[in-house]
Design a protein around this ligand. Structure first.
Ligand code: SF4
Length: 134
């Protein structure tokens, strides 16, 4: 059996983009791909604890970042993990121009629609990563 795919959102707070990243990761990891994913804490990865370094060194990661700083993708790579897919909330929002998804504390109906629709696409990629196609 393959290693579970690590789905790692950034820890952005203060803007809706970080919230979208986290909710998207949770939808994929807890609902759509629960059997083949896990969600290690980004802060734990940043501290480069030997246990988490070993964990992410095995298998592949899908990162979801709220802004161009790309904290999740960079942190995983810095800790020795393999980022199979780097997702950017700003890229996702290009498909939803003009829509306000909520605020830093709560998504509105449009925000949840973005999460639900995007999670289906992300789940397909996660499945491909798990099966070694990516
Ligand atoms: S990627 Fe951007 S939003 Fe996410 S934690 Fe880093 S600075 Fe914050």
């Amino acid at each position: 059996m393959s290693e579970k795919v690590k789905v790692v959102p950034c820890s952005g707070i203060g803007k809706v983009h970080g919230l979208l990243a986290r909710e998207l990761a949770l939808k994929v990891a807890n609902e759509l791909c629960a059997e083949i994913t896990e969600t290690p804490c980004l802060a734990y990865i940043v501290t480069e604890d030997p246990e988490i370094k070993e964990k992410i060194a095995n298998g592949k990661c899908v990162t979801i970042d709220g802004c161009p700083k790309m904290c999740a993708a960079k942190s995983v790579a810095h800790a020795g993990g393999t980022v199979a897919e780097e997702l950017k909330i700003l890229d996702i929002l290009k498909y939803y121009r003009g829509i306000q998804p909520g605020d830093a504390t709560a998504l509105n109906d449009d925000g949840w629609k973005i999460v639900d629709e995007t999670a289906i696409k992300v789940a397909e990629r996660v499945q491909q990563v798990y099966e070694g196609e990516v």
